[in-house]
Design a protein around this ligand. Structure first.
Ligand code: GLC
Length: 517
């Protein structure tokens, strides 16, 4: 049951207009009594008022006011209701989006040059679960680079040893040569740590999570940087060749046998345990999905027909940008304009961990400029781009304390805002909710489009990885709620499951499956 439900029922049955102070104390008291309350359909349903199965139209005004969980004199007029309207994604809009996405997927499968790149990954088989052996894997996803040794033990069991390195902004935006030399250096250290001789021949799977046009299972050129990367000399180059060059320079005898997107790795590693897995999704720094497509559904594929008659497709859905369908706000536009890749990756910028906090930051600055927040006063940190991290949204959404004390800590101790009031904090929390709910609902539309395109509404496991799915409170449940709205009873057949290190294990498995191609 939703944490505010007692209050809502009370409001409906008595029909009495409560004073702002009473509303505040009752909802705060209820929140404090239920610190671990589950994210539930009723609360999230207020953000899509045309979701008829969930709530009756008569109930809406009461639910909407209650949903803000701020004194009604604040929510009654001004910017906040406008924000709620702008960030709300109705069921109807989500349905339209699913239909449109399915069409875009078809276009991308037919021909290159469409918004959804629908890249054939050259991965043509899924594991049986019996694969065994030791493989090296590299994983460049966003802010981290990992070197892993994956031991496939069979029966879906694996063991992993790994080292993790932060990729600095200098490396992300410097020269490609420096970036790949850094990778080689990390591999060299890892081999040393394991006491392994670098001159001994080894093979590895390379997870490189950017749009790559694959030319073979172990070759592909970078089509575009994103997620804050812009290293020079990599665009249009074969990233495997760049890595080989750096490895040779560092005298490391390793051969790249598979070049893999993280979504493809996630799908394959989960399929090692669960054969019903046909989709791999990442909600992390960026967002993307891969799925198993029948070869006859890929008209642009001109290569040999694989014996399995299927191919994993990397959709690169982060590039989806249909302005007539996506609920793009002025804040999204501002964020996009100021980003390193303007007019690109619009869907990603509304969903993924790199951007959610930044959207909230834009909204808060707007509320400050109208004097609705923090008495119109900002701080240096809040005015600095990307300083409101998505991790802070998670903390704030998880804060059910009476005074929103953890929210206070984030705002005052980290962001340097002075003497925030409880009302300020409640507003900030609701902005986070609006942005977080929108992200989860758009994500669900993406998943619904893929299972619809595959025609697998009867049974499909969707392996999901990434910091947003793992750590953002309620994200998974909000997605499930939206899937129910979109697919009705069939949503029960679509199982969203947390994947385990798809990028490392998946690359190793693909190296194992395709090492001899
Ligand atoms: C970006 C990349 C994509 C990757 C995703 C998640 O969208 O373009 O290849 O899968 O981030 O890491």
């Amino acid at each position: 049951m939703d944490l505010d439900t007692p209050f809502f029922i009370f409001g409906l049955t008595t029909g009495v207009a409560l004073t702002a102070a009473v509303q505040y104390f009752i909802s705060a008291w209820t929140a404090a009594k239920t610190p671990h309350s589950k994210d539930s359909t009723p609360r999230d349903s207020v953000h899509h008022p045309d979701a008829s199965p969930i709530t009756s139209p008569d109930a809406l005004p009461a639910i909407r006011r209650q949903s803000w969980n701020v004194p009604s004199f604040v929510a009654a007029e001004g910017t906040l209701p406008r924000l709620e309207r702008e960030f709300t994604v109705s069921s109807h809009r989500l349905q339209t989006m699913v239909r449109h996405l399915v069409n875009e997927m078809k276009k991308g499968l037919a021909q290159d040059g469409h918004t959804l790149k629908m890249i054939p990954s050259y991965v043509i088989s899924r594991p049986t679960g019996f694969e065994t052996g030791s493989y090296f894997a590299l994983d460049l996803g966003g802010s981290n680079f990992r070197v892993c040794l994956v031991i496939l033990e069979g029966q879906g069991r694996t063991r992993v040893r790994q080292t993790k390195h932060i990729v600095s902004d200098e490396l992300k935006t410097g020269s490609g040569e420096a970036l790949f030399d850094f990778f080689a250096e990390c591999i060299s250290k890892f081999l040393q740590e394991l006491g392994l001789d670098p001159s001994e021949a080894r093979s590895l799977g390379f997870t490189f999570s950017f749009p790559i046009e694959q030319h073979a299972i172990n070759s592909g050129t970078l089509m575009q940087w994103n997620k804050g990367f812009s290293a020079t000399g990599v665009l249009k180059a074969d990233v495997v060749e760049l890595l080989n060059k750096a490895l040779k320079k560092a005298r490391i005898n390793v051969k790249v046998t598979a070049l893999v997107n993280d979504t493809v790795g996630t799908l394959i590693s989960h399929a090692y345990r669960d054969p019903q897995t046909y989709v791999g999704v990442i909600f992390g720094t960026g967002t993307n999905a891969a799925y198993v497509e029948r070869i006859e559904e890929i008209p642009k594929w001109t290569g040999p027909i694989p014996p399995t008659k299927e191919m994993v497709i990397n959709t690169e859905w982060g590039a989806y940008d249909e302005a007539s369908v996506l609920p793009i706000t002025s804040f999204d536009r501002d964020l996009d304009r100021a980003s390193t890749n303007p007019r690109k990756q619009i869907f990603e910028k509304m969903i993924s961990g790199m951007y959610l906090g930044e959207i909230v930051r834009y909204v808060l600055l707007d509320l400050i400029s109208t004097g609705e927040l923090f008495k119109g006063r900002s701080s240096q940190t809040l005015t600095t781009p990307y300083q409101f991290e998505t991790a802070y949204m998670s903390r704030i959404e998880r804060d059910h304390s009476l005074e929103l004390s953890d929210t206070k800590a984030v705002l005052e101790d980290i962001l340097g805002l002075q003497a925030t009031t409880v009302q300020d904090r409640r507003i900030v929390k609701h902005v986070c909710e609006l942005v977080g709910i929108r992200a989860a609902r758009l994500s669900a539309a993406g998943v619904a489009a893929i299972v619809t395109k595959m025609n697998r509404l009867d049974a499909c496991t969707v392996a999901v990885d990434g910091s947003v799915f793992q750590n953002y409170p309620h994200f998974a449940n909000r997605m499930r709620d939206a899937l129910r709205e979109l697919l009705g009873i069939m949503a029960e057949n679509i199982v969203l499951e947390q994947a385990r290190d798809g990028s490392g294990e998946g690359a190793a498995l693909i190296a194992a499956l395709h090492g001899h191609d």
